[in-house]
Design a protein around this ligand. Structure first.
Ligand code: NZQ
Ligand code: ZN
Length: 379
């Protein structure tokens, strides 16, 4: 087992009506709030109204930045930071899914350090801190509510990149599964795929960490049992709650402690699809994971087989991959490029951006030939 530091400083408030704890959580940080949200879903599911109500109870002055798009872009972060700096806000409250919360995380650094977002993401500046961030999560998927990572894209540089800094841990995250009842079927499925993919990135990482492996299997089993049930009962609060909690735990460190690293090549490859075609994050992963596994079964058949035994009582790597792919597909997530309207004519463009970004795994290194072979498997 590797040495590690376990550090999750986010206070997580989970359950029905927890938003009532917002005033007490926010007041220690000041009185001026930058409220960030996306394209309007929060206005329909009650999360926006409830957040405003609680901030008003706390006597907060509120400045809003909305319109953050899914697969968020650097321009919004710079604009939000400019607003926050101009209004001298004390904290950010982000209401939404991963795209809004990730944008808010980088904005929090940009306001604190008067920095430009892409300089932060590209590590041209080293943050000295971030203003406090509170999140109100409305979509179960990324785990961003309890980690220190953000993903941002830049169309000027052809990149979608992840960035991590300890200052970006939310101080508080409010998770009311009721807010996720309005998530449509497709994004519900993509969220389940994403949480499973986070577990797989840990599983295929470097190093030996048996307890973390068991967490991985437990979380995937939770998703495999309750994900399909949720797809049949989208308005079931209890199922929403189980998936929401599973998603948080899939990427808050629990599945990684003791490892050298996760792998994360599949996420990097998926980001290329999101960058090029605005493919939703989870949808990109259900296309790339089976393709990556089919190439990796030559290199790490035993590890795939161990996964198969734990999840499906199946030790054949190809059958394991097929079962995983069938699980994604049955949820309603795409598993081939044709499912998102792309075909072999698009392959060269995809490979070009994969190579330009030199996408690779931290454990399973990828060269140009590997990327081509993985891309061809996606057809
Ligand atoms: O923009 P609005 O109107 O809010 O609509 C959103 C968006 O269209 C909608 N939505 C959110 N909550 C809803 C809802 N619709 C109805 N009811 C609700 N309660 O769902 C759409 C997708 O939202 P988005 O935030 O983009 O989805 P997600 O949470 O999957 O976040 C995806 C982003 O997170 C990054 C991804 O790369 C992608 O950019 N990731 C962040 C990670 C992290 N910070 O740890 C790790 C992940 O691996 C991932 O890379
Ligand atoms: Zn992900």
């Amino acid at each position: 087992m590797q040495n590690f530091i376990a550090y999750i400083p986010t206070q997580l408030h989970f359950g029905k009506g927890v938003i009532k704890g917002l005033p007490e959580a926010a007041l220690p940080f000041g009185k001026k709030v930058l409220l960030m949200y996306g394209k309007g879903s929060v206005l329909k599911n009650g999360s926006y109204d409830n957040t405003i109500e609680q901030l008003k109870i706390a006597g907060m002055e509120i400045f809003e930045y909305d319109g953050i798009k899914s697969n968020p872009v650097v321009e919004d972060v710079d604009a939000a930071a400019e607003l926050g700096i101009g209004k001298k806000v004390d904290m950010i409250v982000a209401v939404g899914g991963g795209s809004v919360i990730d944008s808010a995380k980088i904005t929090a650094i940009c306001i604190h350090d008067r920095a430009k977002a892409w300089d932060v993401v590209k590590r041209k500046v080293v943050p000295t801190g971030a203003i406090p961030l509170i999140t109100v999560l409305t979509l179960a998927a990324t785990g961003t509510e309890m980690n220190s990572v953000a993903v941002l894209q830049n169309h000027k540089t052809d990149e979608k990149l992840g960035y991590g800094h300890l200052s970006m841990y939310p101080k508080h995250s409010f998770l009311d599964p009721g807010y996720t009842l309005s998530v449509p079927a497709n994004y519900t499925a993509f969220g389940v795929v994403d949480l499973v993919a986070h577990c797989l990135e840990a599983w295929f990482g470097a190093g030996d960490a048996s307890l973390s492996d068991r967490f991985v299997i437990a979380i995937i089993k939770e998703a495999m049992e309750f994900g399909p049930q949720l797809m049949d009962n989208l308005s079931d609060y209890d199922l929403r709650a189980r998936i929401m909690w599973a998603a948080t735990n899939a990427l808050n460190g629990l599945t990684s402690y003791g490892r050298v690293s996760g792998d994360w090549a599949v996420h990097g490859l998926g980001h290329v699809l999101s960058y090029l075609y605005d493919t939703p994050h989870g949808a990109s992963l259900s296309i790339v994971y089976p393709a990556w596994l089919r190439i990796m079964k030559e290199r790490i058949p035993e590890r795939i087989s161990q996964l198969g035994v734990q999840l499906f009582n199946e030790n054949d790597p190809e059958k394991t991959i097929f079962k995983l792919e069938t699980f994604f597909s049955a949820l309603g997530s795409p598993v081939r490029l044709s499912d998102i309207g792309k075909n072999d004519k698009d392959i060269e463009e995809i490979i070009k951006i994969m190579n330009y970004n030199r996408v690779s795994g931290m454990n399973m290194r990828l060269n140009e030939d590997d990327r081509r072979r993985i891309a061809l498997q996606m057809i």
